[in-house]
Design a protein around this ligand. Structure first.
Ligand SMILES: [Zn+2]
Length: 325
């Protein structure tokens, strides 16, 4: 086993639904009598493979439509613990696509199912995961229901924060200002995807209007020197996901990933897999990719340490994980 595989890892930006495999979605669609736009599992696996952004959104929506019962969420959450543990990821902060849940399910039933999946997963695999439900920004009408769901889940110690995902263009951070302020008043941690499909304005909005504690993706900060200086000075953590950026065309395939420029500019970067099943990657692969692009093992280890320090763990818990490295 190489040093990257052996290193106990921390991941802060990964979506449970995006880490769920084509096979699992296929078997749930059969159980739930959901018609997928394919004839058999082989075709579904091909359909599931990443092709382009529009297709990716279709895959995501089609795959998530196979989740019809609250028990399906318990099942994919338990599986997610296994997926993380198999890569020696000892601690994870993971997103759940809450806009889909609040539209479909009774709140207490879905919270019970999530609690059950968490209990089963942590008992079986022993890794620690904290969950951050997120609002799909392209379904802005769901935001108040998502906030309510997250506050209830926090009371039951299921959730630690609120996120903002989905389509960035056309749905700027400003639309979610009040819900984010309310989340903060409820002592939730707050994060948002920004600076991925949209440019620096989206990151400024996430900082100034939403007061986020971390930025998801953030790679397009490199288009604005003032923003780079701000992010560096305030050491705002950035959750970088290289393979996701390549797949979605945020970074050109034939270029090295700009995380090198971000690290060299003194930015507080962490490394993440985002939607690993849909982008055919995982966290270990992300570290290997940067190793191929010239990062030394010490630099990779520092990204992992950054993830511990950027996490929402207590000081004591952070020290426990730091002592493993
Ligand atoms: Zn993401």
């Amino acid at each position: 086993m190489n040093r990257i595989a052996k290193m106990p890892k921390i991941e802060l930006h990964v979506h449970v639904e995006g880490a769920t495999t084509a096979e699992v979605f296929y078997s749930l669609s059969e159980q739930n009598n959901i018609k997928l736009p394919v004839k058999n599992i082989e075709e579904w696996k091909k359909y599931f493979e990443f092709k382009n952004f529009a297709h990716f959104i279709n895959v995501y929506i089609t795959a998530v439509s196979a989740l019809k019962k609250v028990e399906d969420y318990a099942f994919i959450i338990e599986n997610f613990y296994k997926h993380q543990a198999s890569q020696n990821i000892v601690y994870t902060e993971a997103f759940l696509s809450a806009s889909f849940m609040v539209q479909q399910f009774n709140q207490s039933e879905i919270l019970d199912a999530i609690a059950y999946g968490m209990q089963k997963g942590s008992e079986k695999y022993g890794n620690q995961i904290n969950f951050i439900p997120d609002i799909a920004r392209n379904i802005p009408d769901s935001q108040n229901d998502v906030l309510d769901f997250v506050i209830e889940g926090k009371k039951r110690s299921l959730f630690i924060g609120l996120g903002l995902g989905g389509m960035e263009q056309g749905f700027p951070p400003e639309l979610f200002e009040e819900v984010y302020a309310e989340a903060k008043r409820n002592n939730l941690h707050i994060v948002a995807h920004a600076g991925e499909a949209s440019g620096p304005d989206s990151i400024w909005g996430a900082i100034n209007k939403l007061n986020v504690e971390r930025i998801g993706h953030g790679v397009r900060c490199l288009e604005d020197d003032t923003l780079i200086n701000y992010l560096s000075k305030h050491q705002i953590p950035i959750e970088v996901s290289p393979t996701s950026n390549y797949c979605l065309g945020i970074v050109k395939k034939n270029e090295n990933h700009p995380i090198r420029k971000m690290v060299d500019a003194g930015l507080f970067c962490t490394l993440n897999s985002d939607d690993p099943a849909m982008f055919s990657t995982n966290l270990e692969n992300e570290y290997n990719l940067l190793a191929k692009q010239g990062f030394s093992f010490e630099e990779l280890k520092q990204l992992n340490i950054n993830a511990i320090n950027a996490s929402f763990l207590s000081k004591e818990e952070k020290n426990n994980y730091l002592s493993l490295l």
